[in-house]
Write a protein that binds this ligand. Structure first.
Ligand SMILES: [Fe+2]
Ligand SMILES: [Fe+2]
Length: 448
């Protein structure tokens, strides 16, 4: 079944169009009523066709914004605009006047949906070998591409439905770096991938080292995909899966937090993955001490964990995420381009997360402000409480984790927490340093 996305504010017209499409094509139609949400949905590339009104309420030029989203996300959904527009975009099937006949729309839909097939060619999606390797058994045929000078590329089937890891490994040994999937299977492929990765992380919950190692390799892969391809569906779904696993695991190991902390430090190799796990853990154990309605705490934890996974996601070289102060930044030895990336990473990562379907405003804000700077650019030596409270808390935990990772063998946790609290001038920061302390004292009291 193909998927169609509809953006139309008038409920009667929405229903008419939906019914007409379902009668005529039996296709699934989804609609949302907010432009920003719609752009996130579209960018995931799940839709074959997008039908949108160009002007809704005070919002104008919606068709052009959607077309931009299609081309900047490297997807190839087609678009029909209700309301005339001028555009040379290859993704535009056609534009209708504001008042249109349903038969005109149905004609354009037919054109839009057949555009891909009319040239008789199947289109393919490139998959990196590291992504394919995450799969234990493929439910789709996979191909390699042969470039032929002056002619169309040729795709040769190398992996058959049902093939397992050996077939993939054999290709890898031959030096194959990427495989191709028929584009029409991309949604199901990603769903399978996430299911298999999820199962992998969750193989044996008691084995923390397994959880950490698999989780870390998935995180590194997602980070690499984002660095190379920008926003993309596979990496988002992978991170989504990791975040959900972490939330589940935290809840399951409520009485086992010491071990979870130990595993985060012992079984991971990268600083980023170590410290994002610790951020998640320390948030979780402090949660009971935050004044908030009980039923809101789950959502609060979700935001925090998503923020933890995304906050340094674009810092893909070891050492970059360890820069936390102006001085670190001035003294670091990264090349100019990387230095700019480090300076702007909070802002850039928040923009990335904002494009993620379903990402919350709160998580986006935490990511943007995670170094204590409201604009998300640069670092500050004077933390002030002008951020949102969850951002302050994230920053406090982030500072604490840094101390914790460098904890001297003869150090005292009590002193460390006291120093942290005293190092802040702002009362909001002090308040959250105190909450963190309560969480830690309580956890270790119960464990001993
Ligand atoms: Fe960080
Ligand atoms: Fe950061």
């Amino acid at each position: 079944m193909r998927k169609i996305f509809l953006f139309e504010s008038n409920r009667d017209i929405t229903n008419l169009i939906k019914n007409a499409i379902q009668n005529e094509f039996d296709d699934e139609v989804k609609n949302v009523s907010n432009v920003e949400e719609a752009i996130k949905e579209i960018s995931m590339g799940d839709y074959d066709l997008i039908i949108t009104r160009n002007t809704v309420g005070g919002d104008e030029g919606i068709s052009a914004r959607f077309l931009d989203a299609i081309s900047s996300s490297n997807i190839d959904s087609k678009l029909i605009s209700i309301g005339q527009i001028e555009s040379e975009s290859e993704f535009l099937v056609g534009a209708l006047p504001d008042k249109f006949n349903m038969s005109e729309l149905l004609n354009l839909i037919k054109q839009g949906l057949s555009a891909e097939k009319s040239d008789g060619l199947v289109s393919y999606l490139e998959l990196k070998m590291e992504v394919v390797e995450l799969i234990n058994k493929t439910n789709f045929d996979l191909y390699t591409r042969m470039r032929r000078p002056g002619k169309e590329d040729q795709y040769v089937k190398k992996i058959n439905i049902g093939d397992g890891t050996e077939a993939i490994r054999a290709l890898k040994e031959k030096g194959v770096k990427n495989l191709f999937l028929e584009k029409q299977n991309r949604i199901q492929f990603t769903k399978d991938l996430v299911k298999q990765v999820g199962r992998e992380i969750n193989i044996d919950f008691n084995d923390f080292s397994e959880i950490m190692q698999t989780g870390e390799s998935v995180y590194r892969l997602a980070r690499k995909l984002i660095a190379e391809l920008g926003t993309n569906e596979i990496s988002y779904r992978l991170i989504n899966c990791l975040a959900e696993e972490m939330i589940g695991n935290l809840k399951k190991s409520k009485n086992n937090i010491g071990e979870y902390i130990y595993a985060s430090m012992e079984h991971t190799t990268s600083y980023s993955y170590k410290h994002l796990n610790l951020i998640g853990i320390f948030c979780y154990i402090s949660l009971p001490f935050i004044e908030m309605m009980e039923e809101k705490k789950d959502a609060y934890l979700d935001q925090f964990i998503y923020a933890a996974y995304f906050h340094d996601i674009i810092l893909d070289e070891e050492g970059m995420a360890e820069i936390h102060t102006k001085k670190d930044w001035l003294d670091c030895h990264f090349e100019e381009k990387k230095k700019h990336l480090i300076r702007d990473h909070a802002k850039l990562a928040s923009e990335l997360l904002a494009k993620f379907p379903g990402s919350s405003q709160e998580a986006v804000q935490i990511v943007k402000e995670h170094h204590g700077v409201p604009s998300g650019v640069g670092f500050t030596d004077r933390k002030s409480g002008t951020l949102s409270e969850p951002s302050v808390f994230f920053d406090v935990i982030h500072d604490f984790v840094e101390l914790f990772l460098n904890f001297p063998p003869d150090g005292s946790l009590d002193n460390m927490l006291k120093e942290l609290e005293e190092s802040y001038q702002s009362s909001v920061y002090k308040k959250y340093a105190h909450i963190l302390k309560q969480g830690i004292v309580d956890t270790f009291k119960e464990e001993n």
